[in-house]
Ligand binder design. Structure first.
Ligand code: SF4
Length: 702
């Protein structure tokens, strides 16, 4: 803010971006946000990164939707157009809320009544509150009559959650990232915290400066390597080769914790037999890391008194993402590096509420707290609570839903705060599916690329305009508070969901987010002793909590696991190659991800002036030697091609990108990376392989 502006009020809230969950103080003048500072929250201790501090003005963008829109009768077909977001009037016209909601409920309701609930689907959002996530999945399940409900967790940590549920009976982290303070050894694998969890990165760097040994493992180099004892840039897609080789060393050299394994873990013999086939000497050619280094990092991790593992989407976004996570779980379980201070397993969650949205049941196979929709007892409990018969079959996941649309099985979709037209793999296919729907209702704050395809667009609330709880990567439930009023006729998301539910035959009366939270809490043992008033009072409460007057448990699995028999389960992993490898026609590996300054599909950060000023332009990052080989220089226009499509952007020289790889973020609407990506799924987590596909790079024509 300019120094002369004196705020007229301050509002305590939380950051709307990543899963770190930094607490913020929002300064407001004349109902406009003028500055955001960090507060002394448990996850950030006054710190903020560039997104949290300077990325707030998207809320006040002139591009905000302020009135409901409906598709004009004379508009071109959905698949034929690309809407100019600043001038969508060729396609949409403004409508009253009554008309828009009648169209939305009428379209979705008639599909349900004609074709059954299975012809409908819903994509909720990890950016909404816990209460919104809970009500959204309740509407899809109880109002639509289907479990076809999912959100972007399917595109980030679904495979990690699948492996964690199988191995330790819980999909959440076992310890907060602050546990690095007590750790002797830290593995950071498939993650770039400096870009994607910047405030968490400050804790990792501090720990390294105090003497904690960091092992950073990622195909791309990164700033964190400067703080690392070991930095292993292995070949993309060979995670299981490297991790099984580390397990081989730990097993063969008897560095595992026999007592812990006997007391708490099943499956050791099968794991030991499997990893015998992965000696480091045989794996070095596969993964590109020499055998001696593999031995040293395995010994360092196993022999340290307290070791902890953090991972990101470099682990999860593969066809073998669940196998990758199984290997990490095996490392922790056989060494007993779990359930004690300075130890554990921590998948760094991406979005501000992806943990909470998953916990609240915004996924097709589970009700809240990961209770199976196929379990008749659980389903019966929900049927009693909600007064409706519920679908006994698990629903389809994000990419499966798009496939089902193309097959004609799904005809209607309700999207709240997600942008599958930009975030789904093989974007051309995803947009074809959106265009094929009989009815698409999009509820958002901007006319996103997904909204371009909609029949009805409902103007909704931004994070800074609403009250609700959010659960960060550390399992800390925190409150986000409204700082400024809604623009124009935009409405609260919670109110829109309730309105739609009532028009679809449900009789919902909620007095606000606190009442929704308490209903959700009654169905979620994980939130026992964490009442709304407690979260309001304390600002952040970690789940689980044993009593209202006791702090939550930051470290879990201190005495076994929440599995049927209380024991952890080792699941050996085979070496499965990426679905698509470079060849003569497509000689590069394409990998996608995020930038420090831009968030996911860019809907928010591309509209934040400071962030967009720093990174305004779509870029492909390549190693300087690859640029030279291609006869290119940094700043030249390049076209990146895969078997699914091509996009053009500016080439940037980046020594962190290994030779033979091209990296591009997926935030650029002008060069959407997901035109290129492979939709092939991990069979367990159903997550697409965003991290590896075969690509070609050429000078662009213009
Ligand atoms: Fe926001 Fe994450 Fe940055 Fe914290 S680290 S300010 S939560 S984006």
């Amino acid at each position: 803010r300019t120094r002369e502006v004196e705020p007229d009020r301050y509002v305590d809230s939380v950051c709307p971006y990543c899963g770190v969950g930094c607490q913020t103080r929002v300064a407001v003048k004349d109902d406009r946000i003028v500055q955001v500072d960090g507060r002394d929250g448990p996850a950030n201790e006054n710190r903020l990164c560039v997104k949290g501090r300077f990325g707030y003005d998207y809320v006040m963008s002139p591009e905000r939707l302020t009135k409901p829109l409906v598709r004009r009768d004379d508009a071109p077909k959905r698949g034929d157009i690309r809407v100019d977001p600043l001038n969508p009037w060729d396609v949409f016209r403004e409508a009253t809320w009554e008309e828009a909601m009648e169209r939305a409920a009428g379209g979705l309701g008639s599909i349900r009544d004609t074709h059954g609930g299975g012809a409908l689907s819903g994509f909720g959002s990890a950016k909404g509150s816990n209460e919104e996530a809970y009500l959204f999945q309740k509407l899809v399940r109880a109002g639509f009559g289907t479990n076809n409900v999912d959100h972007c967790t399917r595109l980030c940590h679904a495979s990690s959650v699948a492996a964690l549920m199988e191995g330790v009976g819980s999909g959440a982290v076992s310890a907060p990232f602050g546990a690095v303070d007590d750790a002797d050894c830290v593995i950071i694998i498939g993650a770039r915290p400096n870009q994607n969890h910047p405030v968490a990165a400050t804790y990792f760097k501090q720990a390294a400066k105090r003497g904690t040994k960091l092992i950073v493992i990622d195909p791309r180099g990164q700033e964190m390597n400067r703080f690392a004892e070991y930095a292993l840039q292995f070949k993309p897609g060979t995670d299981v080769a490297l991790l099984n080789a580390m397990l081989n060393v730990i097993v063969e050299e008897k560095l595992y914790d026999q007592q812990y394994v006997q007391a708490h873990v099943d499956g050791f013999e099968a794991l030991a037999a499997k990893v015998r086939d992965f000696p480091p000497e045989a794996m070095e050619a596969v993964c590109g890391i020499d055998a001696q280094t593999i031995r040293e990092v395995a010994r360092l991790y196993a022999k340290s008194e307290r070791s902890i593992i953090f991972w990101g989407m470099g682990i999860s976004q593969h066809v073998h993402g669940t196998d990758n996570s199984r290997c990490l779980i095996a490392l922790a379980l056989i060494t007993g590096h779990i359930g004690r201070p300075g130890t554990g397993l921590h998948p760094l969650r991406g979005q501000n509420n992806v943990q909470g949205a998953s916990d609240a049941g915004l996924i097709p196979m589970y009700f809240a707290d990961y209770k199976s929709v196929e379990n008749p007892d659980v389903r019966g409990m929900y049927e009693d609570a909600w007064g409706r018969q519920l679908d006994p079959q698990r629903g389809l996941t994000v990419v499966e839903i798009m496939d089902a649309v193309m097959e004609g099985e799904i005809r209607g979709m309700y999207v709240m705060g997600e942008n599958p037209a930009m975030s789904d793999p093989d974007q051309t296919h995803a947009r074809e599916a959106l265009a094929k729907l009989d009815c698409l209702v999009v509820q958002d704050i901007f006319l996103t690329e997904t909204a371009w395809h909609a029949d009805v667009v409902l103007p909704a609330s931004a994070h800074a305009e609403k009250l609700g709880t959010y659960t960060n990567t550390n399992r800390e439930v925190q409150i986000g508070r409204p700082a400024i009023p809604l623009p124009g006729e935009a409405r609260q998301d919670l109110g829109i969901i309730i309105d739609l539910a009532n028009r679809l035959g449900l009789d919902w009366r909620y007095d606000g987010p606190a009442e929704v939270y308490e209903e959700m809490r009654a169905l979620m043992p994980s939130l026992d002793n964490i009442s709304w008033s407690r979260v309001e009072r304390e600002g952040a409460v970690t789940y689980p909590a044993k009593a209202e007057d006791m702090p939550g448990e930051a470290i879990i699995f201190t005495d076994g696991f929440p599995t049927k028999d209380g024991r952890g389960k080792l699941v050996p992993a085979d070496l499965v190659p990426p679905d698509e490898l470079p060849d003569a026609e497509y000689p590069f590996v394409l990998t996608t991800g995020r930038l420090l300054e831009h968030w996911h599909t860019g809907a928010m950060t591309r509209r934040a002036k400071a962030l967009d000023a720093i990174e305004p332009e779509a870029q492909a990052m390549l190693h300087p030697r690859d640029l030279t080989r291609l006869g290119l220089a940094a700043g030249d226009a390049v076209t990146v091609m895969t078997r699914r499509g091509e996009i053009s952007m500016i080439a940037r020289a980046d020594r962190d990108v290994p030779e033979g790889m091209v990296f591009t973020p997926f935030c650029w609407v002008e060069a959407p990376a997901n035109v290129l990506t492979n939709p092939k799924l991990d069979p367990y987590g159903k997550i697409p392989e965003f991290k590896v596909c075969a690509a070609r790079v050429e000078r662009a024509d213009a």
